[in-house]
Design a protein around this ligand. Structure first.
Ligand code: SF4
Ligand code: SF4
Length: 728
């Protein structure tokens, strides 16, 4: 027994020491500087870890079968924690009881889980080693080893639990096989992607709340962006060590899908390789990368659209964009090592007054503001309508500005625009020119201060992100207490008070990445379109899973337009998705998207497909006051029209405010749009969804399977046989 204990102790100590020293090496290959980022909202961070680690929500969402199999293995780890603790205890302190099997309920429970873990690991291994999907990349030998250890651990447990033999030597041998697999796994884990078992919860906890978020540079301490491995911050080191090589990031990357060489998974893994190999410089030319003088190609970095799809797909909380790709662009720019001609040309254009990426003079903007009688902001108005370069210089953008004028006036909003505006610095920061961004932002902050700006509305998700996120990293900006909203958010608030001429039809809506993923705004634009009477036909990628139009991350100005093959350009791929919906109208909520989509439409000669900003759609439906007056009778009462839509007979009141129904008969599987108000007697059948600001009152009889979401109020009626008096 003493020999047994000595050998056990020796092996346990050796594997524990190898585990700790490898983990230590993986984190101290360079001197770590800086601190972990603050978790903005701790309860939200804990909830995120619970959802994504414990419940495996991200893993299951995109690849359900694989995700469930992975979840079985991971939950098995939790179940076997107790079994393993007991195993180690017996090995150390009670070797005479090695073959005494736990036959209580927990033993049976663990045996059941062992079968589930075996099912999971065998399915995952079959996929990884036999099917070998492209996005998983090369088969890694350590993955095979870990899979083998898990299989041995589970089968050896099942053997001992089922008392398959009374032969004590065989049982003793089985015990040692289990033990050696356990120690073997402990040694291999930190040398493999399975280190994510420990790192993923941390990376998820410390992940930012939005995608593609860039950090503030510490210029005073000569921090000009990410250049060397010694510039990595703790979260970056966590990220590059946590990758599970699943390829989900690359699978959703529009730059990669459209035939580019950018591969976000490779960016992370190459950084990991360089870091562990003691590399110095992170990014460089293709030649430098092939010589291992650098590890990530500059050419790849400048293909990124900063759409954030990779970060959203990553199951272990890795931040590829703001914290790596865009930071490396800043590092390259600060050392003047950028070779891409278009990027250097854009620097040149933007560095000259009036600093906009189109390089057009302020005169044109001033003329436009004057011609369209846009009121000038003088500090007395509630809102500054920030035009940004898109609405100032692009011809379609200017139409959107005029449409917004109508919408804001109709909503009795007090607003004005700056007579002169410079760029907010968005393209400059995204393509690495931090110096120019800081210069432009400082000028603007002074202007906001002088003009006592308190609220800003912008039609551009890129400007909105700058003014509401990036600028907040500048100490002088935050005390100004400026509220920033995207126009979809403001219009969604005021639309109930607008008098709209409903115009029914079908439309598809393209979610801008910086709005949907970056700002989490997906329902407001849809609610606006539905309130205008439009039925939305969704594209293959929509909402938070949207697909970039091809303009983000400065690509609007630096994209490689030599790629003339339609299938290999991001905007063409997105336009194809719009065409697949078979509707001839696309709604957008960003000035860049219509430019990119129109370019793709022209390429395939689909000029019949119209592209409208949501502001244009609302503005086109605003009722002329004259017409409105005609609809009132002598008593001042509004007339009603009857509309049948999606199986609902709506009595629409002409005083606006959405769809109003009396005595509604709602057919099965109908989605009652936001702002619908059903009063009087409503009979709701199965599978009806009432969402948003719907109100169901009067005598309501609601059958089973009805989903009430948003701020629905059911004032009176019956639901699942129970009387409803008031429910919110
Ligand atoms: S941000 Fe978008 S384009 Fe850039 S690497 Fe991620 S998925 Fe690819
Ligand atoms: S970075 Fe994330 S999504 Fe990409 S391969 Fe690694 S773990 Fe998977």
């Amino acid at each position: 027994m003493i020999i047994h204990q000595a050998v056990f102790l020796l092996l346990a100590s050796l594997s524990a020491w190898l585990f700790c020293s490898t983990v230590f090496k993986r984190f101290t290959a360079v001197k770590i500087k800086g601190n972990m980022p603050k978790v903005g909202n701790i309860p939200r961070g804990i909830w995120r870890v619970f959802k994504e680690v414990i419940l495996q929500s991200r893993v299951i969402k995109d690849r359900p079968l694989v995700g469930i199999m992975h979840a079985l293995v991971m939950w098995g780890f939790f179940v076997f924690t107790w079994v393993t603790a007991e195993h180690v205890w017996v090995g150390f302190f009670s070797p005479q009881n090695l073959n005494q099997i736990e036959h209580g309920w927990y033993g049976a429970f663990a045996a059941f889980w062992a079968i589930l873990v075996l099912t999971g690991i065998l399915e995952l291994s079959f996929r990884r080693f036999v099917l070998q999907p492209k996005y998983l990349g090369k088969v890694s030998p350590t993955s095979a080893l870990i899979a083998m250890f898990i299989v041995v651990l589970m089968t050896s447990y099942l053997f001992s639990w089922s008392e398959w033999t009374k032969n004590t030597t065989a049982l003793y041998l089985n015990w040692w096989i289990h033990t050696l697999s356990l120690f073997g796994m402990l040694i291999v884990i930190p040398k493999s992607k399975h280190l994510h078992l420990i790192l993923a919860p941390l990376a998820i906890m410390f992940r930012g709340d939005t995608t593609s978020k860039m950090r503030a540079l510490d210029i005073e301490n000569e921090d000009f962006g990410m250049i060397k491995f010694s510039d990595l911050l703790p979260k970056d080191i966590l990220d590059i060590n946590a990758c599970v090589e699943c390829g989900r990031c690359t699978e959703v990357c529009p730059a990669n899908i459209s035939g580019g060489t950018l591969n976000p998974k490779s960016v992370i893994l190459n950084m990991q390789k360089g870091f562990l190999a003691g590399g110095n410089i992170i990014a460089g030319t293709d030649q430098e990368v092939s010589r291992h003088d650098a590890w990530v190609s500059e050419n790849d970095l400048f293909q990124c659209l900063s759409c954030g799809a990779c970060e959203q797909a990553c199951p272990v909380g890795i931040e590829h964009v703001g914290g790596k790709i865009l930071d490396l662009r800043r590092g390259l720019a600060s050392e003047e090592r950028i070779e891409d001609e278009k990027t250097t040309k854009l620097y040149f254009v933007m560095e000259k007054a009036p600093h906009n990426p189109w390089g057009i003079g302020q005169d044109m903007r001033r003329k436009f503001v004057k011609k369209e009688k846009l009121p000038i902001f003088d500090g007395s108005q509630e809102w500054l309508f920030w035009l940004g370069c898109g609405l100032s210089y692009d011809s379609h953008g200017q139409k959107v500005a005029v449409a917004m004028r109508e919408v804001l006036n109709a909503g009795n909003i007090s607003w004005g625009v700056f007579e002169n505006e410079t760029c907010c610095g968005e393209p400059a920061r995204r393509i690495g020119n931090e110096g120019l961004y800081l210069e432009l932002s400082q000028k603007l902050i002074d202007k906001f201060k002088q003009n006592k700006v308190k609220k800003i509305i912008s039609c551009c998700p890129h400007c909105t992100t700058m003014l509401d996120n990036d600028y907040r990293q500048i100490p002088e900006y935050e005390p100004l207490g400026i509220k920033v909203v995207h126009h979809s958010e403001l219009i969604a608030k005021i639309i109930p008070d607008l008098n709209l001429e409903f115009d029914f039809g079908e439309i598809t809506y393209h979610d801008p990445c910086y709005l949907a993923r970056g700002r989490n705004v997906v329902s407001a634009p849809r609610m606006i379109l539905e309130t205008c009477g439009l039925d939305i036909k969704e594209m293959e990628h929509f909402g938070h899973d949207t697909f970039c139009c091809g303009a983000g991350g400065g690509q609007m100005f630096i994209a490689d337009d030599k790629k003339m093959d339609g299938s290999s350009r991001v905007n063409h791929l997105r336009f194809q998705e719009a065409q697949n919906t078979k509707v001839n109208a696309i709604a957008v909520a960003c000035p860049y998207c219509p430019i990119m989509l129109q370019d793709a439409a022209n390429h395939v000669e689909r000029t019949d497909i119209k592209i409208w900003d949501i502001a244009e759609i609302v503005s086109a439906r605003l009722k002329p006051r004259q017409k409105e007056a005609e609809k009132e009778d002598a008593m001042g009462n509004r007339q009603e029209e009857v509309i049948v839509r999606g199986g609902v007979k709506f009595h629409r009141h002409t005083n606006g405010g959405g769809l109003v129904a009396e005595t509604a008969q709602v057919a099965p599987s109908v989605h009652v749009a936001p702002l619908a108000i059903i009063f009087g007697e409503a009979q709701l059948s199965e599978n009806v969804q009432v969402t948003g600001r719907a109100q169901v009152g009067g005598s309501v009889v609601a059958s089973d399977e009805i989903v009430f979401g948003g701020s629905v109020i059911v004032t009176e009626g019956e639901y699942r046989g129970k009387k409803i008096v008031y429910k919110k």
